[in-house]
Design a protein around this ligand. Structure first.
Ligand code: SF4
Ligand code: SF4
Length: 118
């Protein structure tokens, strides 16, 4: 799809803490999350920088662009598991409460099956 709804959204990259196992990051995984973009979280976990500061609005350091207008992930090929696992609502015919919640945080309506019509 040329106009993928996620490319004009990005809300889930600016709504939740993005935590993942340290083995998904460099230097352990050569093609993993760049070490400079991750911050220690718990014993075996890291978080994407920008998603783990309770005093600031959540925004992953790897997110580029404006939420709700046009966004991209500058480490898309290396993004950690939570980013790969969060499905956009109705992309595969299933709802996605996380997608809906993230969009609501930014005042965006939930996606519908019509958003995926060719
Ligand atoms: S909140 Fe949903 S539509 Fe928006 S970028 Fe994330 S998965 Fe895509
Ligand atoms: S790593 Fe990329 S996909 Fe994951 S939260 Fe950050 S900007 Fe979004």
């Amino acid at each position: 799809m040329a106009d993928h709804p996620c490319l004009r959204c990005g809300a889930c990259c600016a709504a939740f803490r993005v935590a993942f196992h340290w083995s998904e990051a460099q230097p352990h995984k050569a093609e993993g999350v760049p070490a400079a973009l991750a911050t220690p979280l718990r014993l075996h976990e890291l978080a994407m920088r920008g998603t783990d500061d309770a005093l600031k609005p959540v925004r992953c350091v790897a997110l580029e662009g404006s939420v709700g207008a046009g966004t991209s992930c500058r480490i898309y090929a290396s993004r950690p598991a939570p980013c790969r696992e969060l499905g956009a609502a109705w992309e595969t015919g299933e709802p996605s409460p996380q997608c809906d919640r993230a969009r609501a945080v930014h005042g965006l309506p939930p996606l519908t099956p019509a958003d995926w019509a060719a």
